[in-house]
Ligand binder design. Structure first.
Ligand code: ATP
Ligand code: MG
Length: 156
C-alpha cells in the first residue's frame, strides 16, 4: 500500500522503540514537502527502520542523539539514520552486509550480525537501495533510498 513515510516515521519514533528512546534521543527531521509516499509493506518498512535505529542506539554511548532525516530527491525519498557512536573500523566496512559478520569493535554488545542483511533484502524488495558511511569513533550514517510512489502508476 502507499505509505506516507513522514507520518510512518513519526509514529515509529513516537510509539516508543521505547527501550531505545530512553537511551538515546531520536531527532526526526522531515524536509518539505512533508508527505513522502512510498509503496511499501508496513511490516517490512517497520522492520527496516526499527533495525537501523536499534543499531544506532546499540552502538552509541548513552544519551548520544540519533538523527532520522527524510528528504525527497528526484523520484526517491532518501532516509538517513545518523549516529555519533563507535563507528565501524575500515576493514569491516566491506563486510557489513555479510551474514553473521560483526565488526571488531562491538565489545560486549550482543547481536547476530543478521540485522543489516535482512534490512538490505527488505529495502531491495521495495526497489530501493541502502548504503553505509562510517568512521571509527565518529559515527555511522545509513542511507536508505526508496522510490516515491506516483499515483499515475496505480491507475493503469
Ligand atoms: P543483529 O543481527 O542483532 O542486528 P548486529 O547488530 O551485530 O546483530 P547488524 O545489524 O547486521 O548485526 O550489523 C552488523 C555489524 O555492523 C554490527 O555487528 C556492527 O559491527 C556494525 N554496525 C552496524 N550498525 C552500526 C552502527 N550504527 N554503528 C556502529 N557499528 C554498526
Ligand atoms: Mg543490528
Amino acid at each position: 500500500v502507499p505509505i506516507d513515510l513522514a507520518a510512518f516515521a513519526a509514529v515509529l519514533v513516537d510509539e516508543g522503540l521505547s527501550a531505545t528512546r530512553q537511551r538515546c534521543p531520536i531527532r526526526l527531521e522531515i524536509t518539505n514537502p512533508p508527505t513522502h509516499q512510498a509503496m511499501a509493506d508496513p511490516a517490512l518498512l517497520r522492520h527496516i527502520f526499527s533495525n537501523l535505529i536499534s543499531n544506532a542506539v546499540k552502538y552509541s554511548p548513552e544519551g548520544s542523539p540519533i538523527d532520522f532525516i527524510l528528504t525527497p530527491q528526484g523520484d526517491d525519498v532518501v532516509c538517513v539514520i545518523r549516529d555519533r557512536g563507535i563507528g565501524i573500523p575500515e576493514k569491516d566496512r566491506a563486510h557489513l552486509f555479510e551474514a553473521f559478520h560483526r565488526a571488531g569493535n562491538v565489545g560486549q554488545r550482543n547481536g547476530t550480525g543478521l540485522g543489516l542483511v535482512i534490512c538490505k533484502r527488505c529495502v531491495e524488495l521495495h526497489g530501493g537501495s541502502i548504503h553505509i558511511e562510517s568512521e571509527e569513533q565518529e559515527g555511522t550514517a545509513v542511507t536508505v533510498t526508496l522510490p516515491l510512489f506516483k499515483k499515475t502508476e496505480a491507475t493503469d
